[in-house]
Design a protein around this ligand. Structure first.
Ligand code: KG4
Ligand code: ZN
Length: 366
C-alpha cells in the first residue's frame, strides 16, 4: 500500500511516501501487526530562517510560507518516490493540533488532491503521528509499551496498547520540554528552534555547573512542569550573564541535564509502576543526544528495560510519521470533504479517573 503523508501543523512543510506491506491483520486488539515499511521519499521544507529572527514561530508568516511550499513539496515528493498522485492508495494528513492557519493549508491541499486523484484521505492527530514514528525504524516494540512524547507543543507519557489505543498517563502542566529549550535559547540569544543549538552548546559544558530545579511534583505523578526551570535559568542569566562561550555551555548543559533527568526518571518510574519493560521515545526533544544517551544508559544498567528511539530525523516533525499513523487508521479513510482542522488534541484531554489515566479513541476532535 502506498501512502502519501502531508504535515503542515507548525512551521515545516513536509510530505512523504511510504510503502507498507502488511501481514495478516492482528488476531486481537493490541496484538502485533507484522508490517514492512519502506520510506520511498521524505521531504521537509523548513521555515527556520523565516522565524529565527523572531525567536519563535510567527503564525501569519508560517501559513504564507506553507501556501508557497505545499504544491512543490508534494510534487517533488511524489516524483522522488517515482509515482503519480493516482497511484497513491491513501493520503494521510495532519488535522490537528497546531496552528490553524498552517493546518488549513495542508488539510485543504490533501482534500483537493483526494478529489482530483480519486484517492481517500484520513485526518491524523499530530500526537498519533509522533507515537507512530517508532514503526519507521527496523526495531519496533510490542504492545503494550510506554511512550514519552516530548516536543515544542506538548510533553506527555502514554500507555500504548495497540496502534490506535493510547492512554494518557501524564502531561505537562505548563511549558512543553521543547518549549523550555526554545525559551532558554531565546534568553541566550540563540535563535529558533532552540533545542538543537542548546544541545550543541551543552555538549561542551559542565552539567553540574548549576543546580537548576527539577519539578518532581507529587509522589507518583506522571505530570511534568518546566516553567519553574525556565524561570530559574532566566534569573541566573540576569544575575550572572555568561561572559564567554564556556559559561554559555555550562548554562546549556545544566539546563539540559535538569530536563533530561526529569523526563527520564518520570517515564521510567511510570514504566515500573505499570510493570512495562518497553519504553519508546518520540517528539522533537527525542532528537536530543543527551536524552537518548541517558535513557539508554539507565536501561542498560537496569538490564530488563528496552528502549526504542526513532532516528532523530523521524523525531522532529516529518510527514513519514503522519503516513505511518495513516496506515494504522486506514479504516477511517474518507472521500467526504466536510471535515475541518482542530487546534487542540483530544488525546490530551484532562484525565478523568482518580488514577490519572484516561483513554481516548483514535480520532480526536477538539
Ligand atoms: O516535534 P517537533 O518537531 O514539533 C512539535 O510538534 O512541536 O518538536 C520541536 C521541538 C522544538 O521545541 C525544538 O527546540 C525541540 O523539539 N528539539 C530539541 C532538539 N531538536 C529539536 N530539543 C532538544 N534537543 C534537540 N536536539
Ligand atoms: Zn511535532
Amino acid at each position: 500500500m502506498l501512502i502519501l503523508g502531508i504535515e503542515t501543523s507548525c512551521d515545516d512543510t513536509a510530505a512523504a511516501v511510504l510503502s507498507v506491506q502488511a501481514g495478516p491483520e492482528p488476531a486481537e486488539q493490541g496484538a502485533d501487526t507484522p508490517i514492512k515499511v519502506t520510506v520511498l521519499a521524505d521531504l521537509i521544507q523548513s521555515q527556520a530562517a523565516t522565524h529565527s529572527p523572531y525567536g519563535g514561530v510567527v503564525p501569519e508568516l508560517a501559513s504564507r510560507r506553507h501556501l508557497e511550499n505545499i504544491e512543490p513539496v508534494v510534487r517533488t515528493t511524489l516524483s522522488q518516490a517515482g509515482i503519480g498522485s493516482k497511484e497513491v492508495d491513501l493520503i494521510a494528513v495532519t488535522q490537528g493540533p497546531g496552528l490553524v492557519g498552517s493546518l488549513l493549508v495542508g488539510f485543504n491541499f490533501a482534500k483537493a488532491l483526494s478529489l482530483a486523484a480519486a484517492v481517500p484521505y484520513v485526518g491524523i492527530d499530530h500526537i498519533a503521528g509522533h507515537l507512530a514514528s517508532v514503526f519507521l525504524g527496523r526495531q519496533t516494540p510490542r504492545f503494550p509499551y510506554l511512550a514519552l512524547t516530548a516536543s515544542g507543543g506538548h510533553s506527555s507519557i502514554f500507555l500504548v496498547e495497540s496502534p490506535t489505543r493510547f492512554t494518557l498517563c501524564g502531561r505537562t502542566r505548563d511549558d512543553a520540554a521543547g518549549e523550555a529549550f526554545d525559551k532558554v535559547a531565546k534568553l541566550l540569544g540563540l535563535g529558533y528552534p532552540g533545542g538543537p543549538e542548546v544541545s550543541r552548546l551543552a555538549a561542551a559544558g559542565n552539567p553540574a555547573a548549576w543546580d537548576f530545579p527539577r519539578a518532581w511534583l507529587e509522589p507518583d505523578s506522571c505530570d511534568f512542569s518546566f516553567s519553574g526551570l525556565k524561570t530559574a535559568v532566566a534569573q541566573q542569566i540576569r544575575r550572572t550573564p555568561p561572559a564567554h562561550e564556556g559559561e554559555l555551555a555550562d548554562i546549556c548543559a545544566s539546563f539540559q541535564e535538569a530536563v533530561v533527568e526529569v523526563l527520564t526518571q518520570k517515564t521510567l518510574a511510570a514504566a515500573h509502576r505499570l510493570g512495562i519493560e518497553q519504553v519508546v521515545l518520540s517528539g522533537g526533544v527525542a532528537a536530543n543526544p543527551r536524552l537518548r544517551q541517558y535513557l539508554q544508559g539507565v536501561a542498560e544498567r537496569d538490564g530488563r528495560l528496552k528502549i526504542f528511539m526513532p532516528e532523530p530525523r523521524f523525531c522532529t516533525d516529518n510527514a513519514a510519521m503522519i503516513a505511518m499513523a495513516g496506515y494504522f487508521q486506514r479504516h477511517q479513510a474518507t472521500r467526504t470533504l466536510d471535515s475541518d482542522v482542530y487546534s487542540r488534541s483530544g488525546y490530551l484531554l484532562p484525565p478523568e479517573s482518580a488514577s490519572g489515566r484516561h483513554s481516548h479513541g483514535p480520532i480526536a476532535q477538539g
